[in-house]
Design a protein around this ligand. Structure first.
Ligand code: 5GP
Ligand code: ZN
Length: 112
């Protein structure tokens, strides 16, 4: 079995507060929310980060962005931020591709 935390969440071996699921991806609330709305969208198939997206597998990223667009509309979110951290220096703590969706408070730029 994979040792990857988000692979385990995708497989249902570790519980999560699910928002959306289809055969390709899963959206679930972040365990340590940084905004009133903070959920993650992950592919079910393991990729370590955006750095592993290629011409051959980019359909999963396009699908995830269409899911983010749909879910945020359903949640009535008109303004939100989508973030993906790649590598330790950028703050990636879980090495399975994920997009943070944050909303519900004023955000600053540049991010810390
Ligand atoms: P990263 O730091 O890699 O950009 O984002 C990983 C995110 O996963 C963090 O925001 C962290 O709070 C969240 N996270 C870590 N472990 C779990 C978990 O077991 N369940 C959920 N729902 N979120 C988690
Ligand atoms: Zn994984």
């Amino acid at each position: 079995m994979s040792e990857c935390l988000f692979c385990k969440i995708a497989a249902g071996d570790i519980p999560s507060n699910k928002l959306y699921e289809d055969p390709v991806c899963l959206a679930f609330h972040d365990i340590d929310p940084q905004a009133p709305t903070h959920f993650l969208v992950i592919p079910k198939a393991h990729l370590a980060s955006v750095a592993e997206i290629t011409e051959d597998n980019n359909a999963v990223a396009a699908h995830i962005f269409s899911v983010i667009s749909k879910l945020t509309k359903e949640l009535g979110l008109e303004s939100y931020r989508v973030v993906s951290n790649i590598g330790e220096q950028a703050g990636q703590s879980v090495p399975h591709l994920h997009f943070h969706v944050l909303a519900g408070r004023d955000m600053t730029w540049p991010p810390g």
